[in-house]
Design a protein around this ligand. Structure first.
Ligand code: NAP
Length: 175
């Protein structure tokens, strides 16, 4: 059974950045960015020595007004993970940037994001997407979980930037 290393700890806070508490901003960068990077660095030699295994990180694609630090931290994770996937492409390790949409976990309670109109996936659906991608004969460097999430992302990326930012601002409104 290959080792799957999840660098999935993460937290998000809602509200305008101008009013954000120092601790909240610090914690998001410390956990979502610094800890993930350092844990990956520490684990990598053992994973490479084991000759099999996978690293899956939870990433984001869109800037999100109202969750500016959170979304920026996830953009870092996407960039970091895909670069790592390329660096390790000739090793037996598989490296995947997994992007969930809204998922029914504790996250929504702690980030205090509004649930109005949100279509949730279950954690099992997200994990199955990740494992399928890791099991593929050629592991992609990134995957978005859920058909609806993939469609939403495709539409968002084709919209003018200002319109996409407005949609994301509405989606990350606090409860
Ligand atoms: N749920 C969603 O809708 C959703 C959507 C997109 C991306 N994500 C991402 O998915 C990942 C997993 O989140 P989840 O949905 O499973 O949420 P979750 O149930 O709230 O789990 C978050 C995890 O992060 C850890 N964590 C939170 N704050 C921490 C801190 N200050 N220091 C150390 N560890 C901390 C928690 O540890 P404890 O259990 O010890 O508190 C927990 O293991 C996160 O990276 C999140 O950003 C979630």
């Amino acid at each position: 059974m290959p080792t799957v290393t999840r660098s999935s700890a993460g937290l998000g806070a809602t509200g305008p950045f101008a009013g954000a508490a120092t601790g909240t901003v610090h914690d998001q960068v410390a956990v979502n960015v610094a800890a993930l990077t350092e844990l990956t660095r520490v684990m990598l030699p053992d994973l490479l020595a084991a000759g099999d295994g996978a690293i899956a990180s939870i990433v984001g694609y869109q800037p999100a007004p109202g969750m500016a630090v959170y979304a920026a931290s996830k953009a870092y994770v996407l960039s970091f993970t895909e670069a790592l996937a390329h660096e390790l492409r000739h090793t037996p390790l598989r490296v995947l940037a997994l992007s969930p949409g809204s998922t029914r976990t504790e996250f929504y309670a702690t980030s205090a994001t509004s649930e109005k109109g949100v279509r949730f996936q279950t954690p099992r659906e997200v994990v199955e997407t990740g494992l399928r991608a890791l099991d593929a004969s050629r592991t992609p460097s990134r995957v978005v979980s859920g058909t609806r999430n993939r469609l939403n992302l495709a539409v968002l990326r084709r919209l003018p930037r200002r319109a996409a930012l407005t949609i994301m601002a509405n989606a990350s409104r606090p409860t």
